[in-house]
Design a protein around this ligand. Sequence first.
Ligand code: PLP
Length: 391
Amino acid sequence: MRSKVVSRFRCLEPSSMMKMFKEASKRSGLINLSLGEPDVPTDPSIVEALRQAGLEGHTHYAPSSGIPELRGAIRGYWSRTYGLEVPLEQVLVTNGGSQACHLAFQVLLEPGDEVVLLEPYFTFYAQQVCYHGGVAVPVVCREENGFVPRVEDIERVLTPRTKMLVLNSPCNPSGAVFDRATLQGIADLAERHDLIVLSDELYESFVYEGEHVPFATLPGMRRRTLTVGGFSKSFAMCGWRIGYVLGPEEILRPMDLLAIVQTLCVNSLVQRAALYALENGAPFTRRLHDLFRDRVRCASEGLNGLPGLSCGVPKGSFYVFFDVSRTGLSGEDFAWRMLEEAGVVMVPGGAFGTSFPHHVRLAATVPEERLREAFGRMKPVLEGLVRDGAA
Ligand SMILES: Cc1ncc(COP(=O)(O)O)c(C=O)c1O
């Protein structure tokens, strides 16, 4: 029988990250440094808030755009933390930052519209752009520039078909934190070329050096920015599936209408727990921040101490994106060899665009002792590579 699946979805394939997760799930005794989620459980007080919400009868459908109390709390958070003032109508609660990005591309892209993605980028963006008929246009953020893009490199790829640009600072996978001057340069481009900027700020709580500058706080940018935020990382709530987007009503309204027919609303109990988290969870977030700051430092020190590997110290997020070219292996071969021979799972750079085939991402989402154990396991394999003359 001829395939009935829509042609643009016939080519759907799991990313190399998903393949790695799948392979790792079949084996035991591994040290898994591939998962982009805090290993720490959600604070028990947040879990208790969910239980209470259930007992109080918040078990019905919620408004599709989110309960007003939570939308108000999100608005309050961005106002007091960053001075970003948005009215309630410009806050939409979603099933994670992932759904926020998906809806944004769905609402904004006509077939053939171009979307600038800064490489290395979070895997989902390119897939989501493609699913919605857009064309992903990569711009490389060079390692020697701390994985921060150069404004002139972005300008060079802009065409009359460019509709959107995706920012992700702090960045998954590079750990880069974009400085204000660069963001201002991008803002000038956005204004001149009439671009919508999707600014995925899911890691805003995890900045260790420099400051987090929400793109929408730059002069004139609120009307052309969708700010994606979440609870997955800041409150260790990955499995709860809640996030949000702040942006112009003209864009949020159709996103909301699409979300209604997809999911009706975000889980009502989870929304109550998220409200509790925003109102009471700052000390927990602070603890997560300090924990991951120490771990990424430990990880980059450990990696730099291994033969053939090099990296900088990430300024944010909880990833280290390191160069393996001196081992003589591609990132893909390196990651598979470490899985097979050292029992350590990491994600090859190819999962984050095509420009970093000799990089690998490590997620510092295990305790420091475990990181050190992983480096201990990797060392003899790397020494073997050096002996063979590759490194
Ligand atoms: C940059 C980035 N954006 C979005 C997401 C998705 O987050 P959520 O759990 O809120 O859907 C992730 C998850 O790893 C991420 O790293």
